[in-house]
Design a protein around this ligand. Structure first.
Ligand SMILES: [Ca+2]
Ligand SMILES: [Ca+2]
Length: 114
């Protein structure tokens, strides 16, 4: 009887660990702010992609470009492309472009004071 209890508690512990691993795997999906094409880097190709989505010559059916590249949080616009260009040129980066965020995490960008 004692062996069955140990076996059952072992199985329950294993199930808890497997559930926790599955949950943390889904929470570990990340994106990089400014990475329009989701290749893990922020470069001029992302700026071009954002511009094409804004000009509607490229579609964004999953909303990936909007989520990854609306860096100032007010909707995707050419201003976001400019902020990404400034990041690439190593100018000011008040919107944390290039930083990794979790998909389920919403973090308001830092709004600089003038
Ligand atoms: Ca990219
Ligand atoms: Ca914006």
């Amino acid at each position: 009887m004692k062996k069955i209890k140990i076996l059952i508690s072992g199985l329950l512990a294993a199930m808890v660990l497997i559930s926790a691993a599955a949950f943390s795997a889904s929470a570990d999906i990340i994106y990089i702010r400014g990475d329009a094409n989701s290749d893990g880097r922020v470069n001029i190709n992302d700026v071009t992609y954002v511009q094409r989505v804004i000009a509607q010559s490229e579609s964004d059916p999953q909303g990936v470009v909007e989520r990854n590249c609306d860096v100032d949080g007010n909707g995707l616009s050419i201003v976001d492309a400019t902020h990404i260009q400034r990041y690439i040129a190593m100018l000011a980066n008040p919107y944390q472009i290039g930083k990794q965020f979790h998909y389920d995490e919403y973090e308001l960008p830092f709004i600089p004071t003038k």
